[in-house]
Each structure stands twice: as structure tokens, then as C-alpha cells.
Ligand binder design. Structure first.
Ligand SMILES: [Zn+2]
Length: 150
């Protein structure tokens, strides 16, 4: 059994388990490897050096929580289901990026009409919103801002 650090063309990093190096090469060649986050079949071994994303995506420069241990079997499938559930929940939600706190405050005060939005907030912003009685929930799966997709 051999474990490789893999990455997709959207700069998602994940682990792959293979019987051998050849196993990996053959699955990759047949397009059987897909990213658990975005389903992309463009998957390669992650570079050992600091990752330089092919698309020059600045979000990829951020660091992510990582574990030294391998994730248990079934983790990728569970994560995929979670990602799909979040995508369904956000289907009618509008991405407001860094305007998130301002947008939800304005809705809460009745200045603008209520609608589903998601975006970015700092930990302090989120805590302040909750204190103001505004419903805020963390997104469990990272969301690629539309302006950073190409
Ligand atoms: Zn991906």
C-alpha cells in the first residue's frame, strides 16, 4: 500500500491510496482518479515544493487544516456527500464575498429584502453577527468564489 498526496486542477489537495506506484499511474491514465471536492478528473501528484497553482488562484496560497494521519476509509465518499449537500443548500444563495457582514446586517435591520446569501467573514465578524442575533453558520466545505473561477 502506498499513499500519495494528490491535487486536482482546482488546487484541492487530498490523499490517494494505491497498491503500487504503477497502480496510481494506470488509474490516472484511465481517468479513474477524481477530486473528492470538485469531481475534477485532472488529478496529479502534489508537488513536494510549495504548491504553485496552475491557474494562479490566490485562494490556493492560503493554508488549510491538515492531519498527519490518513483519513479513514469512506471519508472521501462522506466528504463528497457533504459537499453535494452544501451545494444543494446554496443553489439559490447569492455569493456576496467580503460584503457578507454588511449584507446580512442590512437585511436584519430591514433596509434590504431578505434573501439567501453566503460569502466571507472574519471570525470576529461572525461572532459579532451572532451576538446581534443574526443567524450565521460556517460553511463546512470551502467555497470557490465565483470571481476566482475561470
Ligand atoms: Zn478539486
Amino acid at each position: 500500500m502506498i499513499v500519495f498526496d494528490l491535487a486536482c486542477d482546482n488546487a484541492h489537495a487530498f490523499e490517494g491510496w494505491f497498491g503500487s506506484s504503477d497502480d496510481f499511474a494506470s488509474q490516472q491514465a484511465r481517468g479513474l482518479l477524481t477530486c473528492p471536492v470538485c469531481d475534477s478528473a485532472v488529478v496529479a501528484k502534489a508537488p513536494m515544493a510549495p504548491a504553485v497553482p496552475a491557474k494562479g488562484n490566490r485562494a490556493a496560497a492560503a493554508s488549510y487544516p491538515v492531519a498527519h494521519e490518513a483519513m479513514p476509509k469512506g471519508f472521501a465518499a462522506a466528504f463528497k456527500a457533504l459537499a453535494a449537500a452544501q451545494a444543494r443548500a446554496l443553489a439559490k444563495s447569492e455569493w456576496v464575498g467580503d460584503r457578507f457582514a454588511a449584507e446580512v446586517r442590512s437585511m436584519h435591520s430591514g433596509e434590504t429584502e431578505e434573501k439567501q446569501v453566503h460569502g466571507r467573514a472574519t471570525r470576529d465578524d461572525a461572532a459579532a453577527l451572532i451576538e446581534e442575533g443574526i443567524a450565521v453558520a460556517p460553511l463546512l466545505v470551502p467555497v470557490q468564489p465565483p470571481e476566482e473561477l475561470n
